[in-house]
Design a protein around this ligand. Structure first.
Ligand code: C2E
Ligand code: CA
Ligand code: CA
Ligand code: CA
Length: 275
């Protein structure tokens, strides 16, 4: 886990007994905070580098805790998975995100992250469809992101899931590509709609020939397989220049802005005439 930034508070060294009490306070606060609406979607822009236009937003969860402040998902998602509330949390966040995204220009897509635990629920696709119907949200505007590390013990399940999502018109991206265990054979047998290059390769590109080579290889892989590619973790113009030299990409990252809450996202789109 990364240490620092918005999650620094959680990484101070604590004696073991404090650690245990802190952890149980955190769990209790989460259980109460979910129905209280303390978990909210933030949104990160996704840019088509060819046109420079916003083509989508990725929903990234945040916990606005009255006790702990603004908490990031790398702290609370693993806990939500462990204590068995991830599905409920995710459902609430997605419902909220669908209602936010309904106000954007209909060409702008919404991407959401799904936990490996949710993939094991045989009703997941049905539940998602129900949310889409309730929100009156076109399935074709929704993209599900499955992280590569979720694949290795789940390939059969994931194949079934992707197929039923695609039948509904929802598309599926392979997230953090290059960081995990997925083999090229899996890539061939799973009908993903998009690859998202792990940000470690993207961030390192200007200083590391090896990273640039890997990004280039993934780009030609995507081209060959007919899969569009998103580069995430784009922090500066040097990376954009490299990407434009290497191939065709969508991009997201701090260069374009930090993840923002719904109202800021709306203002941004209004300013661009994209509501
Ligand atoms: P991810 O899906 O790989 O999301 C991208 C992460 O990179 C986000 O961190 C984002 O804020 C950060 N990021 C974006 N641009 C840059 C950049 O230019 N440089 C750097 N260094 N970082 C950048 P965040 O929001 O802390 O999310 C962490 C992870 O938590 C996400 O990684 C995703 O896997 C997971 N996550 C977030 N929301 C949800 C959710 O609702 N459900 C589930 N299951 N997981 C979620
Ligand atoms: Ca993601
Ligand atoms: Ca990612
Ligand atoms: Ca990640």
């Amino acid at each position: 886990a990364k240490r620092g930034g918005k999650n620094r508070y959680f990484w101070f060294e604590r004696p073991m007994e404090h650690e245990l009490r802190f952890r149980s306070e955190l769990e209790q606060a989460m259980r109460a905070g979910i129905p209280a609406g303390e978990f909210v979607p933030f949104y990160e822009q996704q840019i088509d580098l060819l046109t420079g236009r916003i083509v989508g937003f990725e929903m990234l969860a945040r916990w606005q805790s009255p006790t702990f402040g603004l908490v990031g998902p790398e702290v609370f998602i693993p806990i939500a998975e462990e204590i068995g509330v991830i599905a409920e949390l995710s459902e609430r966040l997605i419902r909220e995100a669908l209602s936010d995204a309904r106000e954007w220009n209909p060409e702008i897509r919404l991407a959401v992250n799904i936990s490996p635990i949710q993939l094991r629920d045989p009703w997941f696709a049905q539940k998602l469809l129900k949310l889409l119907v309730e929100a009156n949200f076109p399935p074709s505007r929704l993209e599900i992101e499955i992280t590569e590390s979720a694949l290795h013990d789940n390939v059969g399940l994931v194949r079934t899931l992707i197929t039923s999502l695609k039948n509904q018109g929802v598309s599926v991206s392979l997230d953090d590509f290059g960081s995990g265990y997925s083999s090229l054979a899996q890539l061939r047998s799973l009908p993903f709609d998009r690859l998202k290059i792990d940000r470690s390769f993207v961030t390192a590109m200007p200083d590391s020939r090896d990273s640039a080579t890997i990004v280039q290889a993934i780009s030609s892989l995507g081209e060959g397989l007919g899969l569009p590619i998103t580069a995430e973790g784009v922090e500066n113009a040097a990376v954009v220049a490299e990407l434009q030299r290497l191939g065709q990409f969508n991009a997201q990252g701090y260069l374009y802005g930090r993840p923002e809450p719904a109202d800021k996202t709306r203002e941004r789109l209004a300013g661009l005439g994209m509501l």
